[in-house]
Ligand binder design. Structure first.
Ligand SMILES: CC(C)(COP(=O)(O)OP(=O)(O)OC[C@H]1O[C@@H](n2cnc3c(N)ncnc32)[C@H](O)[C@@H]1OP(=O)(O)O)[C@@H](O)C(=O)NCCC(=O)NCCS
Length: 161
């Protein structure tokens, strides 16, 4: 199966072992890690295990994490994390490229692939309440807020399709 996704401006390609350093740099960027990893600087080994989990997930479910390219430059990632109830949508764009609609465009491509090509019955997303840009992305995708909770002192909002 061909997992490459394209949009008007973007090209999305499943991440592989060769993307370790690129993804580790992105995931440890201070503006990306702030909400994604609660500011924690993840190790290269952790990044490697996320990539392996994505490879396994593509094998089992035909979804995982994609790298997002704009004019041959890697600007971010988007995809689904395997979860019990339904796959969880995640995304991140390099801060140099924020505010140009790239997260929405990439996440929409992934979501459409999941719902239409794979016929997933549902996709979920959870987001830190203060992460207003991410909340806005989910709203622009048409996802609905279905709950909120405080987890480890962090207010979280739950969205679903
Ligand atoms: C969240 C994130 C992916 C958004 O990327 P982006 O490419 O800038 O997103 P878009 O341009 O598609 O849309 C952002 C929207 O949020 C709005 N926005 C941005 N900052 C905002 C703020 N501080 N307050 C309110 N709205 C804000 C933008 O105006 C835009 O909405 P609009 O189109 O209605 O104007 C990016 O900030 C990021 O990578 N953050 C770190 C990783 C992360 O938090 N990922 C989400 C959790 S999985």
């Amino acid at each position: 199966m061909n997992f490459i996704l394209t949009t008007e401006r973007l090209h999305l390609q499943p991440c592989g072992a060769e993307d370790l350093m690129r993804l580790h740099r992105l995931w440890t960027n201070q503006h990306i890690r702030y909400f994604l990893f609660d500011e924690r600087i993840i190790s290269e080994d952790e990044a490697r295990s996320f990539i392996q989990a994505s490879l396994d997930s593509f094998n089992r479910h035909n979804y995982g994490l994609w790298l997002v390219y704009c004019q041959n430059q890697c600007i971010g990632f988007a995809g689904f994390l395997d979860a019990e109830e339904a796959p969880n949508l995640i995304y991140g764009i390099h801060p140099d490229c924020w505010g140009q609609g790239y997260a929405t465009e990439a996440a929409r491509a992934v979501l459409t692939y999941g719902l239409e090509t794979l016929s997933l019955p549902r996709v979920n997303a959870d987001v830190d309440e203060p992460n207003t840009a991410s909340v806005r992305v989910l709203q622009k995708l048409g996802m609905k807020q279905v709950g909120h909770a405080t987890v480890n002192h962090h207010p979280l909002l739950y969205f679903t399709t």
